[in-house]
Design a protein. Structure first.
Length: 376
């Protein structure tokens, strides 16, 4: 490798001392050729000297020159880390290419910028390739809605389980998080199915289609066992719901629990008995059954009916009666009913059963967490 002569080095230093825009631009061009080129023709001593000079001078450069320098540095690997860090903390129009592309920035540098610079800086970092969980966590903690949405859309970004659970919970109030969350390759199926209760009909269908494999998720057996025990030990002997469950249990033993019974319960406005009936048939907790009853969209009830093999005609009849019982009026929109029936037709029984299994296990998990909070 050829190194520059003492005369060439002296000329660079002379350009560095001059204040004119022309001299600074010429210095930048010489540095690009000598200092930043892939071949590199500076000795280690010369490199250290030029790094020191540039670091001191970069703040004095005109904006257009700093912008040009940042653009050149952004795609190069063997560049001075201190100089790159300085430019990364500059105004966003200068820092942007460095923040999006430079491999010279370490996680500690990125996290410091996330915490101390502008939302525009955070947005650029959220678009970087191969973000680590530590940087992503910092973005979730410090970034606004635009930053977090960009992070979720970045499939190269690793997001920790803790951050993913937080963002799934946030998606209940921030609609913009829902679609990018459900489009991620690393969203655990159990979290996707948790979102079923507050996303749109289109996203519900995506959940049922894309997240139906129970083998993708492992449940903590000890936690689930503790949850099931907590549910079984819950004293409901004096409640209306407990009496409804007892009645339904006796009917199930004698074979009298069917769609005819459910239909009569709805017609007579005996909602707890209807809730207990669908919970018994689907082997779900009554809390989930109440949630299905309250779900005006009807998709969750379509999933449940498909899972327990209720016919389309019976599903439509029950859905209309349930809507009337819940709201006091009949469903008048033909398009609305048609859309729910189309979902019923489109989902396979296997996928519906998988969804119900997720609901069943997830409610146990939530009960366990609640129990742990009460003990604590």
């Amino acid at each position: 490798m050829n190194t520059i002569s003492q005369e060439q080095a002296a000329r660079l230093l002379d350009l560095a001392e001059k204040k004119s825009v022309e001299a600074r631009q010429l210095l930048l061009e010489n540095i690009s050729d000598l200092f930043l080129s892939e071949e590199g023709r500076l000795t280690e001593h010369q490199r250290a000297l030029m790094t020191d000079i540039l670091t001191k001078l970069v703040g004095e450069f005109e904006t257009v020159i700093r912008k040009d320098l940042a653009a050149r540095l952004a795609t190069m690997d063997n560049v001075p880390a201190e100089l790159v860090k300085l430019l990364a903390n500059d105004r966003i129009e200068i820092a942007a290419p460095i923040l999006r592309q430079s491999g010279a920035l370490r996680d500690v540098d990125l996290i410091e910028i996330v915490r101390n610079r502008s939302e525009e800086h955070r947005l650029c970092i959220a678009m970087r390739e191969k973000l680590t969980e530590e940087v992503s966590d910092a973005l979730v903690e410090n970034g606004g809605t635009d930053v977090i949405e960009a992070l979720l859309r970045n499939q190269d970004a690793k997001i920790s389980q803790h951050a993913m659970e937080y963002l799934v919970a946030e998606s209940r109030r921030i609609d913009r998080f829902q679609e990018p969350l459900l489009s991620r390759n690393d969203l655990p199926p159990v979290l996707a199915h948790r979102m079923f209760w507050w996303v749109s009909a289109a996203l519900r269908k995506k959940i049922l289609t894309d997240y139906s494999d129970l083998d993708q998720v492992a449940f903590d057996g000890a936690v689930q066992e503790a949850a099931n025990k907590a549910i079984a030990d819950h004293d409901e002997r004096e409640s209306v719901m407990a009496r409804a469950k007892a009645l339904v249990g006796r009917l199930a033993e004698t074979g009298g629990l069917d769609t005819v019974f459910l239909t009569q319960a709805l017609k007579q406005q005996k909602i707890p008995i209807f809730i207990a009936g669908i919970a018994q048939l689907a082997r779900i907790d009554t809390g989930i059954a109440w949630r299905i009853f309250a779900d005006a969209g009807g998709e969750s009830f379509a999933v449940l009916c498909r899972a327990i093999d209720i016919s389309k005609n019976d599903f439509v009849s029950l859905f209309l009666l349930m809507s009337e019982a819940r709201g006091g009026t009949r469903v008048r929109s033909t398009n609305f009913v048609t859309s729910v029936v189309e979902l019923f037709d489109s989902i396979t029984r296997e996928n519906a059963q998988a969804a119900v299994e997720f609901w069943r296990r997830d409610v146990a998990y939530q009960e366990a967490l609640q129990g742990l909070r009460e003990v604590g």
